[in-house]
Design a protein around this ligand. Sequence first.
Ligand SMILES: C[S@@+](CC[C@H](N)C(=O)[O-])C[C@H]1O[C@@H](n2cnc3c(N)ncnc32)[C@H](O)[C@@H]1O
Length: 288
Amino acid sequence: MPISIKQTLARGECLQEVSESWKLDAELFLSHELGTTREYLYSRPNELVGEEHLESYEKYLERRMAGEPVAYIIGHKNFWNFKLRVDKRALIPRPETELLVEKALELGRHFDGRGANIADLGTGTGAIAIALALSNPGWQITAVDISQGALQLARTNALKQRTNNIEFRLASWCDGLALNKYDMVVANPPYVKPGDNCLEKSVLLFEPAIALIADNTGLGSLQQIILQSKKVLKKDSWLLLEHGFDQQARLKALLLREGYDSVSGYKDYSGIDRLICAHWSATQQYIE
Ligand SMILES: C[S@@+](CC[C@H](N)C(=O)[O-])C[C@H]1O[C@@H](n2cnc3c(N)ncnc32)[C@H](O)[C@@H]1O
């Protein structure tokens, strides 16, 4: 028997066991299923929900009860000012990564409007690359990932956003990138240490390990990127790295030791150390 929108949302109460944001989760499931906004649900509480919709909604609740993230269930996530398709091939973009986009755009103002070459290492869904490409159509972005699946998803997202200034590359970090070419390298690489029990169970169960875990207590990928980027960055350029809450001091020391200067750390909106930016003045030029 059909029930009302209000009654359908009330069935989402079962999610209280697994989710602090259970009300929002239920609203997102129902608005996604009905193809409406969340506001619509509250403006028509007595409207009836058809049985097919109800069936799908119940399946979403079951998947959420098993710990699956909402974004994988509904298949999309908002990032910056657009909507990304997401699935298990790539990490779900986090709101704190928008800080990296903000800083990249801020530093990019110094490019004086000229076309710039930017590399996004470990692009995942393409979140950072697409945000930068849409904000600066004159920039040429190279989006790299070692995961074929993630790269396919990033391509789909870029196509949906109609960007035409992103080139996609299946590679490990800077392998195969042109030397001394890039005005900026940005990366949100895996930075969680193996066996870390801070991560929510649902993250570990559903999101790809290659997007999360790095060796050397979580610093392995960041260290590789710091070393490799020196070769591909041009004179007077920038490296921007998202990192874990306890890694900033060690990264700062490594960046300075490797010859970067003007190294600055930033906190995210929750007050947690999250981003480090470093300038590369290129006293050394690399040749093949
Ligand atoms: C934390 S996710 C970030 C995804 C996306 N940039 C974001 O911010 O939402 C890290 C990404 O790095 C990729 N990755 C892991 N190891 C890599 C490697 N050696 N070279 C290139 N990409 C790698 C993973 O496949 C994953 O997509």
